[in-house]
Design a protein around this ligand. Sequence first.
Ligand SMILES: Cn1ncc2ncnc(NCCc3cnc(NC(=O)Nc4cccc(C(F)(F)F)c4)s3)c21
Length: 274
Amino acid sequence: EERDNSYQWSLEDFEIGAPLGRGKFGRVYLAREKTTHYMVALKTLFKTELMKSRVEKQALREIEIQSHLRHPHILQLLTYFHDEKRIYLVLEFAARGELYKELKRQPKERFSEHLSAKYTYQVADALEYCHQNNVIHRDIKPENLLLTHNGDIKLADFGWSVHAPSTKRNTMCGTLDYLPPEMVTGQKYDIYVDHWCLGILCYEFLVGRPPFLSETSDETYAKIKSVVIPWPSQVTPGAKDLISKLIKRKSTDRIPLDCVKNHFWILAHKDLPN
Ligand SMILES: Cn1ncc2ncnc(NCCc3cnc(NC(=O)Nc4cccc(C(F)(F)F)c4)s3)c21
């Protein structure tokens, strides 16, 4: 039977498969839509958990933001529904899973210049599209990047995204390593927070750990505010040039995303065979 847009999806429409991951608020399962056998990722969010952490508005904002974004490197929110206990996000399935697991699987837990440039390019492309739609992702890190069966990037989890500009705090403590100075000091911030995170991300791809990683969060904060980047030998001059142009204290000094996509180091490495 035809399903028009008013069709109400429910759990009965899906066969639930293996768990794909777990988060604070619920789990992600591989699932198959019964009539088309289309594979999806089904993310469950427990309403009680969302209410306890007072993030239910955020869930609605994510659904609102995600349902208007369409881009090859953004994980698509296909639809959503809820029952008395949970909200369900029906997401595009990224068959090669979480990028950070791929990073840890690498011989020296870091990517080649080719993969680092390819992934940095694809994230920049997705962020440029988000910013054109006035959306700041705010939570760019390897844990929020997924890989398709072709090995292409899907930017996921808009659970923390907001419309620019904003002063909303990233109240849930994830890793501090990706926080830019303006968010650490609670100032107003804008789309350029994503540029900072892209620089941290590119560094982590090449080195295997973020530049300000420290034993304690106080040390991490201090390093973020100092913006002193350690440069291990494997970071080539081209990569250092790009990263240094993104990890800038003054948000408006961070180069635009189209300059990232056209940077000589990106162009020299993004299309090379592995
Ligand atoms: C692991 N894995 N492997 C393959 C694969 N394919 C697709 N997806 C996967 N995983 C799910 C990726 C996500 C996409 N969007 C998300 N969105 C979210 O988690 N939102 C969210 C969370 C907590 C709190 C809030 C709230 F309420 F505060 F807003 C919102 S998670 C896959």
